[in-house]
Design a protein around this ligand. Structure first.
Ligand SMILES: NC(=O)c1ccc[n+]([C@@H]2O[C@H](COP(=O)([O-])OP(=O)(O)OC[C@H]3O[C@@H](n4cnc5c(N)ncnc54)[C@H](OP(=O)(O)O)[C@@H]3O)[C@@H](O)[C@H]2O)c1
Length: 376
């Protein structure tokens, strides 16, 4: 495992962090984590040098922190930093902050959290946290030794990111969505450099755009091969992120044991500033190509769920995107046909759109997709 400096702290973080949003599940229900397999995966990663586990209150329908608590029981806790997050959308007072945080400590079976984040900040949720004076509450927790370092995860535009970074000079870290497709998206490259300039550690989420960059079309693979790449698409996409000196830790939401093994291997051969000029150019070309053919910018994070009408929104977007990226709309129609609840079940309530970190026009997209895929 390679280790990198975590901002101004003296913590040396493993290049790979464990994102626990996409653990293996049983029976197709994300609430139902395959406990045995997930414990094996997390502990194997720690046994191989990983020392940063990222979780959050809502993951796996609020069951994830409990699983992480079990995984880190005993000596694993001493070897591993826990990052978890305050679910800002459920918070209306400082007593809500206390209650949620105490519940999280209990689930995680720990007396303290190493890295505590405001979860998925945007302009509105940040303004609410300022109004509720979150920082004075959080500083109290730091003084009491219940939180070691404060940070936030972010899904909004760069100016909002900058204003949050500038608001408080004791942030230790920021977590942003970043991969070779998303350099000008949300905080993006500008955010990465800005936070690093302020000596914040930068934690990267969605480095494979939620798994999309693991399955690139042949035309894109050819662009990489022409530039001399012999790595797998996942290795190469992760290496692109690790290549950048401003990056502290790359979270990967691994969903199988094999992915954990692979990504540990990829992390152990990662380095800063090793990609050649022609390789960096190939990534630019690949970005243009993928963006040109991919109709929906969904990362499959699932924040839009549950839909009151049980529409599996990310699944529908995934089927649709793959139809275009792999130029096979017939297959997309067949896959769509198998779905129990189709996009036309949308009642346009818009609840999903208020929760989507990518701010996608979900209702319109569902209508459009049903028109295209629904008449198989
Ligand atoms: N705070 C926030 O607002 C926020 C938002 C999003 C994410 N996060 C955190 O950041 C973490 C990372 O984001 P992410 O889960 O979207 O990461 P990601 O690395 O972009 O996507 C993870 C997916 O990539 C695929 N994958 C990973 N390793 C692979 C390998 N070796 N071979 C083939 N496929 C591979 C898997 O897809 P399949 O399952 O399809 O195989 C996996 O589920 C999350 O788990 C979560 O902890 C936080």
């Amino acid at each position: 495992m390679q280790f990198r400096k975590f901002g101004k702290t003296d913590f040396m973080v493993s290049a790979l962090g464990f994102g626990t949003m996409r653990l293996p599940t049983v029976g197709g229900d994300i609430a139902n984590i395959d406990e045995q397999e997930a414990l094996k995966m997390i502990r194997y990663a720690i046994d191989n040098g990983l020392n940063y586990v990222d979780t959050a209150y809502p993951y796996h329908k609020e069951n994830c922190e409990t699983l992480v608590g079990k995984a880190l029981k005993g000596s694993y806790r001493q070897k591993t930093a826990i990052a978890t997050k305050l679910p800002v959308w459920l918070i209306e007072s400082q007593s809500d902050m206390n209650n949620k945080f105490e519940e999280q400590l209990k689930k995680l079976q720990t007396d303290y959290v190493d890295f505590y984040l405001l979860h998925s900040l945007n302009k509105e949720s940040w303004e609410k946290m300022v109004r509720l004076d979150y920082l004075s509450w959080a500083e109290k927790m730091v003084t009491q030794g219940k939180i070691r370092f404060l940070g936030f995860s972010f899904h909004d535009e760069f100016p909002v990111f900058k204003s949050i970074v500038d608001y408080y000079d004791k942030w230790t870290f920021a977590q942003i969505q970043y991969n070779y497709l998303d350099i000008n998206y949300q905080a993006g490259l500008r955010g990465l450099k800005y936070a690093n300039g302020k000596e914040l550690a930068v934690v990267i989420m969605e480095p494979l755009r939620g798994g999309e960059l693991a399955n690139i079309p042949e035309s894109v693979q050819k662009i990489f091969e022409k530039a001399g790449n012999k790595k797998t698409p996942v290795d190469y996409a992760l290496k692109w992120v690790w290549n950048q000196p401003e990056v502290s830790v790359v979270l990967s939401g691994m969903s199988t044991f094999e992915q954990v093994q692979d990504n540990i291997e990829y992390a152990s051969t990662s380095s800063i500033n090793v990609l050649k000029q022609e390789e960096l150019k190939a990534f630019e070309e690949a970005r243009k190509k993928i963006n040109a053919i991919r109709p929906v910018a969904c990362t499959g994070c699932g924040y839009c769920l549950p839909c009151p009408n049980n529409i599996k929104i990310p699944d529908i977007f995934d089927i649709y995107n793959k139809g275009y990226v792999f130029d096979n709309l017939d297959r997309a129609r067949t896959r769509y046909g198998f779905l129990e609840v189709k996009a036309d079940a949308c009642i346009k309530c818009g609840e999903c759109e208020t929760k989507c970190p990518q701010k996608l026009p979900i209702r319109d997209m569902l209508e459009k997709i049903h028109k295209e895929l629904g008449n198989a």
